[in-house]
Design a binder for this molecule. Sequence first.
Ligand SMILES: [Zn+2]
Length: 285
Amino acid sequence: MNIIKRVFDFRGTPILASVFAALFIAESKWQLRKRVQPRVKRIIINSIVSIPAFGLLRCLFLPVMVKLATKNEQNRFGLYYQYKAHPLFKYTVTILLLDYGSYLWHIVNHKIPLLWRFHVVHHSDADLDLTTAIRFHFGEMIGSVFFRGAFVFLSGASAKTVLAYEIAFEGVTQFHHSNWRLPFKLEKLLNKLIVTPRMHGIHHSIIREETDSNYAVIFSFWDRLYNTIRLNVQQDLIVTGVPTYSDADELTVGYLLKLPFTKIRKWEKVMDARHSIEGVNNMVE
Ligand SMILES: [Zn+2]
């Protein structure tokens, strides 16, 4: 049987569906940020927008990644095959490289105007919750085939590692987008290693300096390493979204799908009236 079916469809998909269901219950029961939009309306919009992106993930992204990994295995190309060490160590290095690739991919999505055209669809959501985790324009998925594919190619990741990483990538993406109020101390502890809801919530702020921080996907230490971390923002002060794309009536499914092909509006400066709390590395409630 095809490895994508065996690993991603039969193992990954039930795991991710269960994580989704658990997070849905958790964020309904323990809400972190106040909602500004009707929940059902957003579930419908975000789900429909996600369909072409999911189609491309399964039928283009994963097959290309597996093909690259298989070719590497045959040609013994990529970092994995160039040195001797315990397999566990080598797997860890590969996973870290793939995640570093995801961190850089997220940064270029914000910095390169052509890529921002697509990523703005994700950021235009006026609330941030589990369904934002699937609100991606399919164009972004096409771009990631090239960028993240390069990291698969250079790291020498095996097909199994690529698929395992992708399952973890999707799971943590669901988690850090969720609107789940975790016990503060627990989240602070978890955040030492992985990206958590309070950390990613700041990345979705309408204040530019806050959006320009917290790019990491699975491991939070990339942001610490490159000084792109910002944790000292109170969650109830965050206004989510993009200032120039905030008209809910305008952001229909049709508009969101064609948005990348329209003239992109500049980010309007929003006055920041909040107290700035000392230390970007200090998480606050
Ligand atoms: Zn982003």
